[in-house]
Design a protein around this ligand. Structure first.
Ligand code: SF4
Length: 190
């Protein structure tokens, strides 16, 4: 795992749980409003944190924290994500994964092994505008939405609203993509 940061306590990132937040390095998207470029562009990466030290921190906080949020960047491009999550779950943490949805096969496999307790997926735009954020196939995004919706795992979809990129009609289209699941919109910069 390439871990670029650790937030030792969050009361807002995992709904209903106190949590530590683990930030992974690397992402296959290039959102213009990205607030974490140091987790996206390799030339901006800081020295990775040692995975064992992160796990040792979680072990020490077992009695205080209920969840671990794995976010990025994009966690699903990490080669040993599955083993890392298994080690976190062995410490009795519930695991929430934040994703951009570009890796449906990884997602499917993590769900099949019951390694995720909560999923939050960002929906960047209606499919016709995804090329402003992502060079890959929008089928990946569509597949991830459908996998998450049918997973029976607590989840939500989120959209960052940048008025220079998305219209109100776009937001309606996104809501239609994600319905009937919960979808939240956050204004860029707020
Ligand atoms: S998917 Fe997230 S981390 Fe990646 S570029 Fe977009 S906002 Fe940044």
């Amino acid at each position: 795992m390439q871990i670029g940061g650790l937030q030792k306590l969050s009361l807002i990132d995992y709904p209903g749980k106190t949590a530590a937040v683990i930030f992974t390095q690397g992402c296959g998207m290039f959102c213009p409003y990205c607030h974490n470029p140091q987790l996206v562009y390799p030339e901006l990466f800081e020295k990775s944190l040692d995975e064992d030290e992160v796990l040792s921190f979680l072990k020490k906080r077992q009695s205080l924290l209920q969840g671990a949020v794995i976010t990025g960047g994009e966690p699903m491009i990490q080669r040993n994500l599955k083993d890392f999550i298994k080690r976190v779950k062995n410490l009795n943490y519930a695991v929430k994964l934040d994703t951009n949805g570009a890796e449906p096969e990884v997602l499917k496999s993590l769900i099949a092994e019951k390694l995720i307790d909560f999923i939050a997926m960002d929906i960047k735009a209606p499919f016709a505008k995804y090329n402003l954020f992502y060079k890959g196939s929008v089928k990946n995004i569509a597949d991830s939405i459908s996998i998450i919706k049918s997973s029976n795992i607590p989840h939500l979809f989120r959209t960052t609203y940048d008025k220079n990129i998305l219209t109100q009609t776009d937001l309606e289209d996104i809501k239609n993509l994600t319905a009937p699941s919960k979808h939240i919109t956050q204004e860029c910069g707020k």
